[in-house]
Design a protein. Structure first.
Length: 226
């Protein structure tokens, strides 16, 4: 708790730098991550380092000529808009007691990015009538999207995404970011979170993470790392 408070205080001091500007010219993904921190640390998200994170995220919805429901920084549309960012924004707003649920347009925009097999890709598809390439399917993005859609009440889309994640578990019980990629900790942890959120079996993935945690035999500064 002490270390978490120190880290949170640092984020509050650096909030303006991390957001990249003032609303609506901010990075919605950054604001969403900070909103999740505020929720976890029981800090008023409408006064996080002097910034209303809820208003900041909502202010980027449809900004800069984006389609209805899409979150983006109008000053940096190439970097600020992605399915992963959309997922973070929807998840943060849906999880925050300080705001109404994310708009139907925002949730619908995210659900509309889902591939036919249930997965999501990182890049936003302007032509959702054409299905994704399998090679573009992304475990990390799908895991965030599953949690966001579940929090926003779209259980059908969330469960379809979770089924795809379950199908991508590798023989060693871990996950890589893309189909066939080597298992690694970040993607495995995100996959486990999505499976747990949808009440699916995740113990093999948890065991994979534990098996890759540094123990007492390593230098003290690395103990506990994965």
């Amino acid at each position: 708790q002490h270390e978490a408070k120190l880290a949170t205080a640092y984020l509050e001091r650096e909030v303006a730098n991390y957001l990249g500007g003032t609303a609506p010219n901010i990075y919605p993904g950054s604001a969403a991550k900070l909103l999740l921190v505020a929720e976890a640390q029981h800090i008023n998200p409408q006064d996080f380092g002097g910034v209303d994170l809820v208003g900041a995220i909502v202010g980027t919805e449809g900004a800069g000529g984006a389609p209805a429901g899409e979150f983006q920084n109008p000053m940096d549309t190439d970097f600020s808009a992605s399915v992963l960012v959309q997922s973070l924004a929807v998840l943060a707003l849906a999880s925050s007691p300080a705001t109404a649920p994310p708009s139907a347009s925002a949730v619908g925009f995210l659900a509309g990015q889902q591939c036919g097999n249930g997965a999501f890709q990182v890049a936003i598809r302007t032509d959702i009538g054409t299905d994704c390439l399998t090679s573009d399917n992304d475990v990390d993005t799908t895991a965030y999207a599953v949690q966001a859609l579940l929090a926003a009440g779209n259980h059908a889309a969330a469960n379809a995404g979770a089924r795809w994640i379950a199908s991508q578990e590798r023989g060693d019980s871990g996950w890589g970011e893309t189909p066939g990629a080597t298992s690694e900790a970040n993607s495995t942890a995100l996959a486990v979170q999505a499976l747990l959120a949808t009440h699916r079996k995740a113990n093999p993935g948890i065991r994979w993470l534990v098996s890759h945690q540094e123990g007492c035999k390593v230098n003290g500064g690395r103990r506990g790392a994965i």
